[in-house]
Write a protein that binds this ligand. Structure first.
Ligand code: PBG
Length: 340
């Protein structure tokens, strides 16, 4: 057979390949995550997350400046508090002097609207039981009290808005939280504060390192008659299902979300790609801690060429339909020139 069709012609040199590339990933596509703590001069290593630290506000400002210099426009902040500050109702989640509020005020004073500051809205880092909602005791044991959790989440979102958040990002997966947060923000005059909803958040093994970073694993042994649920499966989604993703996304859009998230990213590219044509809202994918930890571990033992693997993975997430990607690689990948 005479070969006349030769797709390889378009791949024969780097210049041609570059000019034909459909997808590129750069600073504008990335959101950098940061863990923030109280105090000064804190830079606490996290065992399961190489190169990621819990930072006090002074050190956070240095990293935000680094991020801005690299062209990153957005950061998401996760508050981490000591166990003495945790309680059944997670009251410290809406403390105006907590680490997130302190960081927001300082970052806004330093960088103003140059940086888009997103905050994680969830109770798990602030409750003593580690759940994302409030627990209620019933004759069957503890259950997550969806509706009373909403008030706490809304209060937390308003506190973040008061401290300067541009966008609040509920990650708790309670029903109705986007609507409750939108209503509270609007009634307090924060109609310009956006909501990035973790709409499609699966109950995943890939959040393990994050829970070490935030000290937020569920079911730390409490001296109670019944122990609370050991996992988040009554609120985070079952990974055997995809239609539930479409339903969650639609509800959050109807309740007023401005952007939707799919999480985790790499094992869920099918979900992202199938959700893409169903909404005109921007989609954000979270390349979560366990995905990052796998890459780091493989790179460390020489099994993976880290720069190439990171470029490929982030490109794939964008190709599947993400407008923005939250990744612990954001600063490192840009600083070391791994991206486009
Ligand atoms: C809080 C929250 C979690 C993550 C983001 N927000 C943990 C969880 O739901 O258990 C995970 C992020 C990551 O793994 O990088 N609910």
């Amino acid at each position: 057979m005479k070969i006349t069709k030769r797709p390889r012609r378009l791949r024969l040199n780097q210049a041609l390949r570059n000019s034909l590339a459909e997808i590129s990933v750069g600073a504008n596509d990335l959101i950098a995550p940061f863990f923030v703590v109280d105090g000064k001069n804190q830079k606490q290593a996290i065992k399961s997350l190489a190169n990621v630290y819990r930072l006090s506000t002074d050190n956070l400002l240095k990293d935000l400046e680094r991020a801005l210099k690299l062209g990153i426009n957005s950061a998401v902040l996760f508050g981490v508090v000591d166990s003495e500050q945790k309680s059944a109702l997670g009251k410290s989640s809406h403390d105006h002097n907590g680490p997130v509020a302190t960081a927001l005020r300082a970052a806004k004073a330093a960088f103003g609207s140059d940086i888009n500051l997103i905050t994680d809205v969830c109770l798990c880092g602030y409750t003593d039981h580690g759940h994302c909602g409030i627990l209620k005791k019933t004759s069957q044991g503890y259950i997550i009290d969806n509706d009373s959790s909403l008030e706490h989440l809304a209060q937390m979102a308003v506190m973040h808005a008061e401290a300067g958040a541009d966008i609040v990002s509920p990650s708790d997966m309670m029903d109705g939280r986007v609507g409750a947060i939108r209503e509270s923000l609007d009634s307090q005059g924060f109609n310009n504060v956006g909501i990035l909803s973790y709409a499609v958040k699966y109950a995943s093994a890939f959040y393990g390192p994050f829970r070490e970073a935030a000290g937020s694993s569920p079911n730390k042994s409490l001296e109670q008659e019944f122990s609370p649920p050991k996992d988040r499966k009554t609120y985070q989604m079952d990974y055997r299902n995809v239609r539930t993703a479409f339903r969650e996304a639609k509800l959050d859009e109807e309740e007023g979300a401005d952007m939707l998230m799919v999480k985790p990213a790499l094992p869920y590219l099918d979900v992202l790609a199938r959700l893409r044509p169903q909404t005109s809202l921007p989609l954000v994918a979270y390349n979560v801690s366990g995905e990052y930890a796998m890459f780091k571990a493989a790179a460390k033992i020489g099994s993976l060429d880290e720069p190439l693997a990171v470029h490929e993975a982030l490109t794939a997430i964008k190709r599947a339909g993400a407008d923005l990607i939250i990744t612990y690689y954001a600063l490192e990948a840009l600083e070391k020139g791994w991206l486009d």
